[in-house]
Design a protein around this ligand. Sequence first.
Ligand code: F0G
Length: 437
Amino acid sequence: MSPAQLQCIEPDCNARFETSSRLYTCARCGGLLDVVYDLESILAPQLVDEWDRRFGSFQAIDRSGVWRFRELLPEAAPDEIVSMAEGNTPILDAPSCARYAGMNRLAFKHLGFNPTGSFKDLGMTTGVTQARRLGATRVACASTGNTSASMAAYAARAGMKAFVFIPSGQIALGKLAQALDYGATVLQLDGDFDAAMRLVREVTSDSDLYLLNSVNPFRLEGQKTIAFELLQQRRWRTPDRIVAPGGNLGNSSAIAKGLKELLEAGAIPRMPRLTIVQAEGANPLYRMWTEQADRLTPLEHASTLATAIKIGAPVSWRKAQRGLEWSGGDVEQVGESEIADAKAMIGRDGIGCEPASAVTLAGIKKMVEAGRIDKDEDVVAILTGHALKDPDYTINYHRGELAFTDSAGTTRLLPAAFASPMIRVAPDRDAILAALE
Ligand code: F0G
């Protein structure tokens, strides 16, 4: 592990701070912070070999798909690390989805296989470890659900008290259930995620509560290992493109940072194109990108049934913009029916995911149809959360009862092109045989 520093990402500031300072943003200009390393002293040709060797190791620290890559993570002593063997998530071929999208092949890296069922665990192992290093005993986050479930679990492992700020009635029940089970105090706030985010930042700025949203750069250091593990599983063969959902834009930013470090380490010869997909009703990055604007204009009211990414004012937009520039990336948006059908199609490959994850397949299909992705491209899409996170959505879809209310207040029923049959049958042999016909 490496002596790291914090550095402001704003090019005209670039102020540096010690990692022992409890900072979430730049103390000089308020910009977002990166954890930076003296790459030259770390990067040796043997580094990748060492990471590959750890793949077969029985040591707990090596079994973590995050800490396996510890040379490029902030320093932590083994007894400070709060880990649950996170990572180690599979890359799965998805032939039905490939056909659906018009591709020759398509693969998903499924981060729903993590301990609490989402990619947030990768960031929480590093975030909660940093909280412990700083002596924090109480941690907090705002969340659309997954961050709160993950933070609650890792805080419990570390013996810390967790406080989660959630938009009342707007998170999937599986996620709320997890946060409660892991012993968090759940603050249900009137308003949306963006309001909860503002409030948690205010409250944590002048209290002992340690903020664990992805504005905290230590979170993103863990999440960048998505790129490391993905490349390692592919024996360091670079895909043409990595497609990820965009909400608060921490995760896509983290993947971009991971890829850039691999490029600088000489582990990969080029950057895959990062492609970020948003829901149409929660699309501030898409708007900024298509309008070629310098700055992101927040949406006043985000609306999508993919509640994980129902975000109008993404905190990490500047880092996402930078990642798109580094990688020659692209942004797409998709509608509610496209998301719902894509999710069902991911289910048909036996994989399954939560609604926010399905924007990836919907986006790929749309971009293939528009000629923006070639059918021969080598694409890996990131599935961010497990199918069981939001069972209400899935059941409503298959019943043909999935209703969406847009930001203008108009409600419509979404058609369900891939609904599976659910038949009520009398408990009787003949009736069952008739139904099976
Ligand atoms: N997919 C899922 C399942 C998520 O939970 C999130 C974000 C995203 C995608 C988007 O990632 O925000 O880094 O761009 N969930 C956060 C939460 C906001 O509170 O759980 P992002």
